[in-house]
Ligand binder design. Sequence first.
Ligand code: ADP
Length: 395
Amino acid sequence: MNKILAINSGSSSFKYKLFSIPDETVIAEGLGDRIGISGSTFDIKLSDGTKHQEKVALPDQETAVKLLLNWLIKYHCISDLKEIVGVGHRIVNGGEIFPDSALIDKNNLHKIFDLTDYAPLHNPAEGRGIKAFMKLLPGVPQVGVFDTSFHQSLDPVHYLYSVPYEYYDKYKARKYGAHGTSVRYVASRTAELLNRPLKELKLIVCHLGSGASITAVKDGKSFDTSMGFSPLAGITMGTRSGDVDPSLLQFVMKKENITDFDQMIDILNHKSGLLGISGISSDMRDIEDRDDKRSQLAIKIFINRVVRYVGSYLAEMQGADAIVFTAGIGENSADVRAKVMSSLSFIGLKPDLKANQSRGEKIISTPDSKVKALIVPTDEELMIERDVVRLAHLN
Ligand code: ADP
């Protein structure tokens, strides 16, 4: 049977999922961790739940890809490499060049590397991952699935910053957004669950994971989104600050004798958000049960920023048909969902608090609720697999 690999190459990790097509069954998944650093590991989880992990040297992406292909044969996920008929790769930034997922040839691979300034940690690692697959599986279609593509439908009113226009003209300095693949999946699944055409719906998708964003979806397209030029903007996240007044950075840098702007950005990316405010952890689970003031404040700020963005998108879209929760916190924290929903009673959202306590895909508002609320677990890898099928004409 034919198989498709969905790949997410991070700067030092490499996540994969193997699907069989056309039935979209997951045959294996796993992670190559600490690529290029000491203490690397590689693991695989098979469809029967069996797991294997080994400490192995993973000096680069190519070694990780070689190992993956060996393991897929060793653990009988495939009997021949020829069974792999396509590989899809998550790419963080496709700039204005990729308004949709695309087949990646040498020319498009160059373009992914050329976009390095827009995602310095991610695009090069993802590009190296594609290069390794091109070498080890020659002739097999490689497809890039860009986190930014779904948001290319934004109007300039939403994607431009109020700074001199020449920065956009010269450098394409603008909002790109992220989580597009997740939002695209969640929005189409929501339409199915509501039994209504996506094109007729106004949705607000709350992707609340360790990275978190809010996206307004109108007529089946991204209308506005909270992340910006980079995934640092928008709502409070696990370790990222979300929106900050840039003058505050100048002030703090002077006070703390920070002379390197990269260091300040690093603080905003890795030491802020839930971690920065609570001083305890970036993980919602760690702070949800604590009653110290700063942990409680971190959660309150998190919820406030979600409500703030949802509120602004309600105003911009003149209402919404549904508010949808997804990703780690959105799918698992009944408390966060309940608090966000209770702030939205003014729009006619009536939570079904019993349904909200359970997990998995479901409607969590009452039948008479004017605005619906749903939990829709995201599945970015499935979206990647489907894009490979679509673009490589495998159906
Ligand atoms: P990402 O893909 O952005 O790394 P996830 O979507 O996996 O993140 O979300 C991870 C986050 O989800 C964790 O940091 C944690 O805060 C949150 N999370 C996971 N499970 C729960 C839970 N049961 N209750 C509350 N928060 C949870």
